[in-house]
Design a protein around this ligand. Structure first.
Ligand code: APR
Length: 311
């Protein structure tokens, strides 16, 4: 049976790692695209050399030409500059905006029926830009932020409680940045709310580590930003889309009145399936959590206004 086709634009740290994870899982035939001549070709060939070891069915092809991406089912966008120490994700706004515009217009022309998953930062603004530039319905354009932030939250909860990671269900909503909104009350360890398990000061510390989780990785690496957990996170979203599972994952989606927020891309729990965003079931936030989420949304709106996005 023919595998679905996934294009990964950007054959750098995040894109190549995601392509390799998707290949090992046999999720799809993968096309890696990059502006750098030889990089996607070389990395694709290297991955194909591992095929007899890992025994995966996927093929991985590298190219600099969007013709190779035609008819993709999913397009993952990781093209762009990563953060350096001291930079916020917003510092990347102008440079990555130009890159995402160019990538989306070419990729959407080659694959008009694809679901687009943006990874490039600043994520919420880039996903909004991708939606506008693509001209596609919003359910087919989404971003990877909440899955990663929630994975980091889960890691720090596991560290603080000693519970196995498999028992932890962590939820981070909102902007993929310093204004993210971890929700300890709706995050559970073996089904029990985190707020019932840890004292308030320890919950606050877990939240703090989560918010700065990405920056902590950047401070170690110095020459780039995180890529293993981002790649794993986007791979899990692509898997839910291709396999039409309807899994609810915190995803950067266009809000249209949910949580009293409109015309902003922001991470909230969303059911993912073959057509992209299937539904956006609202999490039962209390008044304070809702207020924090709205503040987070306002920050994204301001950043979108600053970059002056039109269709
Ligand atoms: N088209 C295609 N690829 C491009 C373009 C473009 N217009 N511009 C840059 N690239 C490629 C680069 O050549 C590079 O190979 O994007 C790749 C980015 O890779 P890295 O520099 O390794 O960055 P990475 O760590 O993968 O992060 C990429 O994802 O998580 C976010 O903040 C991160 O915005 C950054 C993006």
């Amino acid at each position: 049976m023919a595998l679905p086709k996934v294009t990964v634009v950007g054959a750098g740290q995040v894109g190549a790692t995601a392509a390799f994870l998707m290949a090992i899982k046999g999720l799809a035939d993968i096309v890696l695209i990059d502006v750098a001549d030889g990089i996607p070709q070389g990395k694709a060939l290297d991955m194909m050399h591992s095929r007899s070891v890992e025994k995966f069915a996927s093929t991985v092809t590298g190219s600099n030409d969007y013709a190779a991406t035609a008819g993709s089912d999913v397009v993952v966008v990781t093209a762009g500059l990563p953060r350096k120490p001291g930079m916020t994700r917003d510092d990347l706004l102008a440079a990555n905006g130009t890159i995402v515009r160019s990538v989306i217009s070419q990729a959407a022309e080659a694959s008009p029926d694809a679901v687009f998953v943006c990874v490039t930062n600043p994520l919420d603004v880039m996903t909004y830009l991708a939606w506008k530039v693509s001209g596609l319905p919003s359910d087919r354009v989404l971003g990877m932020g909440g899955v990663l932030d929630s994975a980091r939250f889960a890691y720090f909860i596991a560290q603080a409680t000693g519970a196995p990671i498999s028992q932890i269900d962590a939820l981070v909503m909102g902007a993929h940045g310093d204004a993210m909104v971890p929700v300890p009350r709706l995050s559970t360890v073996d089904g029990k709310p985190l707020t019932d398990i840890l004292p308030a000061d320890e919950v606050a510390e877990v939240v703090r580590r989560t918010v700065f989780g990405g920056a902590e990785v950047v401070s170690f690496l110095k020459t780039g930003s995180a890529f293993y957990a981002p790649a794993a996170s986007v791979t899990s979203m692509v898997s839910a889309i291709l396999n039409d599972t309807g899994a609810v994952m915190p995803s950067c989606v266009l809000l249209d009145g949910q949580y009293g927020i409109s015309d902003v891309y922001l991470s909230v729990p969303a059911a993912l399936g073959r057509q992209g965003v299937v539904s956006i079931p609202e999490a039962p936030l209390d008044a304070a959590e809702l207020e924090t989420l709205r503040e987070s949304a306002a920050g994204v709106s301001d950043a979108v206004a600053a970059i002056g996005i039109e269709g």
